[in-house]
Design a protein around this ligand. Structure first.
Ligand code: BES
Ligand code: MN
Ligand code: ZN
Length: 508
């Protein structure tokens, strides 16, 4: 799908479909008004005869409207006339694309940039529209032998503003479009990897994907094999891999958008390509969804793709510890004690709390990059789904400034996150009688104690943790990866780039 930004009037467009909004009750937006005028009141007449109220979520396709140059007009309902919420605007745009895909239109002219949205500028509307448009077209049919011919016809989308913008405004809009498209690309990669079957998307496959990304954008990539990790003393990560026939890997992907003298942001993504629970075996129901336990890793690859695509002036390193968590004769047992790369010993009381075990060694490994900030992203706890559902990702950090910065990016990207406390009081729950620390802290505050565990390995840098167990995929009829939190992470890095300004010296 190709996107453009233009200024112009709706009635002048020779498009396959012109999209305009209608408020409730039957109140035309300026764009709809312009179409109605040229059509001698045809649209207003339809509304009066009760064909459309303008209710949020409604849509009406009109063909061959008198005097118009376009093939179709799509009226989309905006709800009551007032500034829309983020969600309402996104729902409108989503509805518009759904209706568009239901027509045979190969191109569309959207006049939705002037729809007022609370506290949002045109740039935001543009990037969201690009993301939603790309999402509306996403299909995962790679594993089907017969692909249904439901491919949308829509190939070209033009986002119009009705008033001639200044050069600055136009440049801002264009930049927002490129950012939206880069985020959408990153989300697509994250979704594809998440949706792939776990017999295909193994640790080895993830490493190959990272190598592909590195080749496409000329980045440096390193893949550590099990023997390398043994040498480094990654006893916690390797303890998880013991039950599996698939070799574990640790992937490091480096994007240097600024001089290497500047400390990088390191993103660490949990890459458990299938989580059976290990010897602490999970129940059978919905166990298939544990193929999504590598969505943290996928979001790291997606974010680096987006950043590389935009050539953002920031330094970002992605670290992905990846393994399966399987039961087996050689698997780690509850009560085993292992030594992590940091030297701290861990009593593994539950082999299903494996994410923190692979992350802790990756977090220690991150130290070699002398990071400015480290953010880990993980489908870490079922407790997070209970606390926040499928709406917000959990954010935990002892660093106020970093937490604020991430929440700000989350708001801007419309990719919700909610902060949970990370107070020392919770650390008590991780006491072990036999090692430095236990890998579980009991049922109470499961998301927080998981983060407490990780915090023990993050003393050398600013750190935040994102628990995406509830947000990385959808269950039920619409089962599938969401591509979150690629928007949040990319927006965070866009913010970092803007703060620092353009890079002076770039090194590869
Ligand atoms: N990958 C799971 C977390 C998970 C569970 C994500 C359900 C999404 C839905 C993680 O490895 C896990 O099994 N966590 C355990 C931790 C417990 C044993 C302390 C959990 O949440 O039950
Ligand atoms: Mn688990
Ligand atoms: Zn897991």
């Amino acid at each position: 799908m190709k996107f453009n930004i233009k200024s112009g009037n709706p009635e002048k467009q020779r498009s396959a479909c012109v999209v305009v909004g209608v408020f409730e009750p039957r109140k035309l937006t300026a764009a709809a008004e312009a179409m109605d005028k040229i059509a001698d009141g045809y649209i207003g007449g339809l509304l009066r005869s009760g064909d459309m109220e303008g209710k949020a979520g409604s849509a009406l396709v009109l063909h061959n409207v008198p005097n118009t140059l376009c093939d179709r007009i799509l009226l989309v309902g905006l709800g009551k006339e007032q500034a829309l919420s983020d969600k309402a605007y996104c729902d409108v745009v989503r509805g518009a694309f759904k209706a568009l895909h239901g027509t045979g239109a190969t191109d569309a002219a959207l006049f939705l940039n002037e729809v007022p949205v609370k506290n949002r500028e045109t740039a935001w509307k543009i990037s969201q529209t690009a993301i939603i448009a790309m999402e509306s077209r996403y299909r995962f049919d790679r594993l089907k032998s017969q692909v249904e011919e439901t491919k949308p016809h829509l190939r070209k989308v033009t986002l119009y503003t009705m008033n001639e913008g200044s050069r600055g405004e136009l440049a801002a809009s264009e930049e927002a479009l490129q950012q939206g498209l880069a985020i959408a690309d990153g989300m697509n990669l994250a979704k594809d990897l998440g949706n792939l079957a776990p017999n295909i998307c193994t640790p080895t496959y993830l490493a190959e994907q990272a190598i592909d990304v590195a080749k496409a954008y000329k980045l440096k990539v390193t893949v550590l094999e099990q023997k390398d990790m043994e040498k480094l003393g990654m006893g916690a990560l390797l303890a998880v891999a013991r039950g599996s026939h698939q070799p574990a890997k640790l992937i490091a992907l480096e994007y240097w958008g600024r001089t290497k003298k500047e400390k990088p942001v390191v993103l660490v993504g949990k890459g458990v390509t299938f989580d059976t629970g290990g010897i602490s075996l999970k129940p059978a129901a919905e166990m298939d969804e544990m193929k999504y336990d590598m969505c943290g890793a996928a979001s790291v690859l997606g974010t680096i793709t987006a950043v590389a695509k935009m050539r953002l002036p920031v330094n970002v390193i992605g670290i992905i510890p990846t393994t399966e968590n399987m039961p087996g004769g050689n698997a780690t047992k509850p009560a085993d004690v292992v030594t992590s790369m940091s030297g701290q010993t861990v009593e593994i009381l539950n082999t299903d709390a494996e994410g923190r075990l692979i992350l802790c060694d990756a977090l220690t490994y991150a130290e070699r990059y002398e990071p400015e900030t480290v953010i880990d992203i993980a489908t870490l706890t079922g407790a997070c789904v209970i606390a926040l559902g499928h709406v917000a990702s959990g954010l935990l950090s002892a660093d106020e400034e970093l937490a604020e910065e991430l929440l700000h990016a989350s708001g801007k990207a419309a990719d919700p996150a909610w902060r949970l406390p990370l107070w020392d009081e919770y650390q008590e729950q991780l006491k072990s009688n036999f090692a430095d620390i236990a890998n579980i802290g009991g049922r109470a505050a499961g998301t927080i104690t998981a983060a407490c565990f990780l915090s023990r390995f993050t003393k050398k840098y600013r750190w935040a943790h994102l628990d995406i167990a509830g947000t990385a995929w959808k269950s039920g009829k619409e089962k599938g990866a969401t591509g979150r939190p690629v928007p949040l992470l990319t927006q965070f890095l866009i913010g970092r780039a803007a703060k620092k300004g353009p890079a002076e010296h770039k090194s590869k």
